[in-house]
Design a protein around this ligand. Structure first.
Ligand code: APR
Length: 187
C-alpha cells in the first residue's frame, strides 16, 4: 500500500472495496436524500444492513429534514460493516468545472475528516467521491482531494493516524497513487 506521512498522519492509497476496509470510519459517496443509491452508496447499505438506512431516515425526520447539502458530512452507525462508523457525504455533480465543483469536493473531504475528529476516530477510508455517477474527472478529483486532505492534516496535527484512499479500479488506483506522489513528494 503506497503511503506518505504528513505530520503524524499516514496518507495511503489501496486498491479494493470500501466496504471491506478495517478502519474506524468509511466514507459514503451519498446523495442529498441519504436514502441510498448505487455505487459506493449501494454497496455500503447492502453490506452494512438496514440499521444504516434507519439511522439516515431518523436524520431526515430530524435535523436533516431538507437532506444533506453537497459538501456536508454526517456520521451514522456502520451496521454490519467492519468499521465503527459510516460518514456520509455528498460530492458535487460535475458540470464542467466552472460552478464551484472543486470547492464542494474539497468541503466533502474536509467535513468528513471533521466528523471523524469530533468522534475521536483515528483511521478513515475514502472512496473517489463524485468520480462515478457524478461524473467528476478522476485526475482532477484526485488532485483536489489529496491537496484538501494534506492541508487539513497539516492544520490538525495528530488528529488522525491514517487517511486511506480506496480505489475500486486499477486505473483509479494508478491515478491516485501518482497524485499522492506528485502532491506529497513534488521534489
Ligand atoms: N468501493 C470503493 N469504490 C467504489 C465502490 C466500492 N464498493 N463502488 C464504486 N466505487 C467507486 C466508483 O468506481 C467511483 O470511482 O467509487 C467512485 C464513486 O462512484 P459513485 O459510487 O457513483 O459515487 P458518486 O460519483 O459520488 O455519485 C454519487 O451515486 O450511488 C449514487 O446515491 C449515490 O446519488 C449518489 C451518486
Amino acid at each position: 500500500m503506497a503511503g506518505h506521512t504528513v505530520g503524524m498522519t499516514r496518507l495511503t492509497v489501496t486498491r479494493g472495496d470500501i466496504t471491506t476496509q478495517d478502519v474506524d470510519a468509511i466514507v459514503n459517496a451519498a446523495n442529498s436524500t441519504l436514502l441510498g443509491g448505487g455505487g459506493v452508496d449501494g454497496a455500503i447499505h447492502r453490506r452494512g444492513g438496514p440499521e444504516i438506512l434507519e439511522a439516515c431516515r431518523a436524520l431526515r425526520a430530524g435535523p436533516l429534514a431538507e437532506g444533506l447539502p453537497p459538501g456536508e458530512a454526517v456520521a451514522t452507525t456502520a451496521g454490519a460493516l467492519p468499521s465503527k462508523r459510516v460518514i456520509h457525504t455528498v460530492g458535487p455533480v460535475w458540470h464542467g468545472g466552472q460552478s464551484g465543483e472543486e470547492d464542494v469536493l474539497r468541503s466533502a473531504f474536509e467535513n468528513s475528516l471533521e466528523r471523524a475528529r469530533e468522534e475521536g476516530l483515528r483511521t478513515i477510508a475514502f472512496p473517489a467521491i463524485s468520480t462515478g455517477a457524478y461524473g467528476y474527472p478522476a485526475e482532477a478529483a484526485a488532485e483536489a482531494a489529496v491537496t484538501a486532505v494534506r492541508d487539513w492534516v497539516l492544520a490538525n496535527p495528530g488528529a488522525l493516524e491514517e487517511v486511506r484512499f480506496v480505489q475500486f479500479s486499477e486505473h483509479a488506483h494508478r491515478t491516485w497513487s501518482r497524485m499522492l506522489e506528485d502532491v506529497l513528494d513534488p521534489g
